[in-house]
Design a protein around this ligand. Structure first.
Ligand SMILES: [Zn+2]
Length: 276
């Protein structure tokens, strides 16, 4: 919450920067805060909080705001120099369609190659007056010092798990569902995997959160391994499964076909879990 208050003050006092770096663990609220910040900036309602009812706010909620853009890399695992040139540098030169700002959000920004970071520097060095970049990352250390020095850095504390759960029984249910699916997926029939995908897509309003729970499940498995306890699968499988989950997230963000993305993810995990 302290970050939102900070951002709210930035808006109220017109002390905007051109680049922000949100740093913190998965589930710490970076993406939600970035969406809220972008929406608040574009809404322009008095007081700084987004009104939630104007055309701009509705577009932001619907994920189709023409001046709030999410970088969608060609390959899910890395953000390459072409992704930055095509989707940021070139686009940044075009004025906003309907709002005061043109806002670019790069989630998983640690995926940027060094060349991509150098390309991004061009925009960071000479941003147009309307341009705002928000980088989200779990690891700020990988960025070039020249990138970091041009960003306002906000650290996000990991939300205390139990507190979050208490406040949100639906998350508890999702987490249990997620554990149930991943526990059993290796022994599921193809039809059961298909059905599991259908069940998960019922959480589509909170699909990012669901995918976070899946990642958390595998991270916990890694921790168990490191402590020498019994775990569900090998390092290689865990890392492949994490990639499959991240790919699903990217697919959902880029084309929005949740059912298909979930099926592809579950079948990829199933394939790994069923083989040794
Ligand atoms: Zn509004």
């Amino acid at each position: 919450m302290k970050n939102r208050e900070h951002l709210l003050r930035i808006i109220q006092h017109h002390k905007l920067s051109h680049a922000y770096l949100f740093h913190g663990e998965a589930g710490a609220g970076k993406l939600e805060t970035a969406r809220w910040f972008a929406k608040a900036l574009q809404c322009g309602a008095q007081g700084g909080e987004p009104c939630g009812t104007c055309r701009s706010c509705l577009q932001a909620d619907g994920g189709n705001h023409p001046d709030i853009l999410f970088l969608r890399p060609e390959k899910p695992a890395t953000i390459g120099v072409d992704d930055i040139r095509d989707q940021i540098n070139n686009e940044m030169g075009i004025k906003p369609y309907s709002s005061a700002y043109k806002i670019f959000i790069i989630d998983g920004a640690e995926r940027m190659t060094v060349q991509a970071q150098n390309a991004l520097l061009k925009t960071l060095e000479e941003p147009p007056s309307y341009g705002i970049l928000i980088l989200l990352t779990e690891n700020a250390d990988i960025f070039l010092p020249t990138i970091r020095s041009r960003c306002v850095i906000l650290n996000f504390d990991p939300a205390p798990e139990e507190e979050r759960m208490r406040r949100n029984p639906e998350w508890q249910e999702m987490k249990e569902h997620c554990g149930g699916v991943l526990e059993r997926i290796g022994s599921m029939s193809l039809e059961q995997v298909y059905d599991a995908g259908k069940e998960i897509s019922q959480y589509k309003d909170q699909i990012d959160r669901y995918l976070d729970f899946m990642l958390q499940w595998y991270r916990d498995d890694l921790l168990r391994k490191e402590r020498g306890e019994a775990s569900h699968c090998s390092y290689r499988k865990i890392s492949k499964n994490i990639t499959a989950i991240e790919e699903a997230r990217t697919r959902i963000r880029s084309n929005g076909n949740i059912d298909l993305a979930l099926e592809m993810m579950l079948f990829a995990i199933k394939e790994k879990e069923s083989s040794w």
